[in-house]
Design a protein around this ligand. Structure first.
Ligand code: G6P
Length: 363
């Protein structure tokens, strides 16, 4: 097993460091720089013509990627909702043959996600699986499959596959907008070079991260809160999930604006607040963070160096400047490292947290 970890003590740490390669593999050959269009191998232009709405079904970390994707789809003018696969049997919104249901699953074997996929098919929806595993059940059972090409992920807590899923959903959003409305939505002239630069940007974070120091500074806290807005919201949820999965400490993610609607009652000097800034209404998120700070909570800003939050915050996890579509994914890398180092300090079994399984094949 140690051989598979290479120079790393844990698979999770190795897989965090594999993200530049995983993302390069995910986007390779899928962007036609000449036409500025997204080329998804098995999907001829026009494949998604006629799709009126999208439902994304997933669990755990994949659900956070699905939520990220749903926001990107909505921004691209495609009606989309992310749904917890395990709730789908009791609360699925109506579907018809103009609905595309996308199962997002690293393994392609999660029972809850397979059930939702089967239900959607039986209801007449078009189905697509986004997965890391070629030949997985979800890939075989859906009408179509799209692979994230992240390479095997051994650590129970998903890391590189989240980044790859989110990036693939960003590409898919542009592709759907192109097929459905005849034009991609985002300013692809700026998004595509930023996407291509993601591997280098993540490398820069991995080389210079101070997440280990920050993890040590807040090691004795009572609870860890993560806040974000827009695309920063799924990242806040994911940051908290990762933290609780591998440290066993209490952590929660909130939409920044929700902090004042309840969670603020929990805020004390013992509850650091990690605030994610993506460039979407950052001044509001900063205000929300300051509301926590006024109640004594230390604030850790996850943002670029010259962001105005740096002067306000007690600590800073630095990310390179990029598009708002991608900033949350860079912030997430810092939060993965934070969780990793916090768990390492506590001597937790990082790759195999208690009570959790890599793939849950029961309902
Ligand atoms: C399990 C794992 C999580 C994962 C979830 C969904 O609960 O512990 O890390 O996010 O399943 O897995 P999937 O393979 O469907 O993405």
């Amino acid at each position: 097993e140690q051989a598979g970890k290479g120079e790393y003590d844990h698979f999770m740490h190795k897989e965090i460091h594999e993200q530049p390669t995983a993302l390069a593999q995910a986007i390779e050959g899928r962007i036609d720089h000449g036409s500025g269009r997204i080329a998804l191998e098995d999907f001829e232009p026009g494949t998604f013509e006629g799709i009126e709405s999208v439902q994304l079904v997933a669990c755990g970390t994949s659900y956070h990627a699905a939520l990220y994707g749903s926001l990107a789809l909505n921004a691209a003018g495609i009606r989309a909702t992310a749904l917890l696969a395990n709730e789908y049997s009791v609360s699925a919104p109506p579907v018809d043959d103009d609905t595309l249901v996308i199962a997002v699953s690293q393994s392609g074997e999660t029972a809850d996600t397979l059930n939702a996929l089967r239900q959607a098919r039986a209801s007449g929806a078009r189905t697509l699986t986004l997965t890391n595993v070629v030949g997985s059940t979800a890939a075989r059972e859906a009408d179509d499959a799209l692979f994230i090409r992240a390479g095997p992920e051994i650590g129970v807590a998903a890391t590189k596959t989240f980044s790859s899923q989110a990036v693939m959903l960003l590409l898919l959003a542009q592709r759907l907008a192109d097929d459905v409305r005849g034009e991609p939505h985002a300013d692809l002239d700026s998004l595509l070079p930023e996407l291509a630069a993601m591997p280098d940007r993540i490398d820069a974070i991995l080389e210079a991260s101070t997440a280990d120091r920050v993890a040590r500074r807040y090691a004795d806290s009572e609870s860890y809160f993560f806040i974000g807005r827009g695309l920063g919201f799924p990242v806040a949820l994911e940051g908290a999930l990762k933290f609780k999965e591998i440290t066993y400490e209490h952590a929660e993610g909130f939409a920044s604006g929700e902090l004042k609607h309840g969670p603020l009652a929990l805020v004390t000097p013992e509850t650091p607040v990690f605030a994610i800034f993506t460039g979407e209404e950052d001044e509001k998120t900063l205000k929300n963070a300051e509301e926590a700070q006024t109640r004594g909570a230390p604030v850790v800003a996850v943002c670029p160096e010259d962001h105005r939050a740096v002067a306000v915050a007690d600590d800073h996890l630095r990310i390179p400047e990029t598009d708002a579509d991608l900033a949350g994914l860079l912030a997430n890398v810092q939060l993965q490292l934070l969780s990793y180092h916090a768990a390492d300090l506590l001597d937790r079994p990082i790759d195999k947290p208690r009570n959790l399984a890599k793939s849950v094949t029961v309902e």
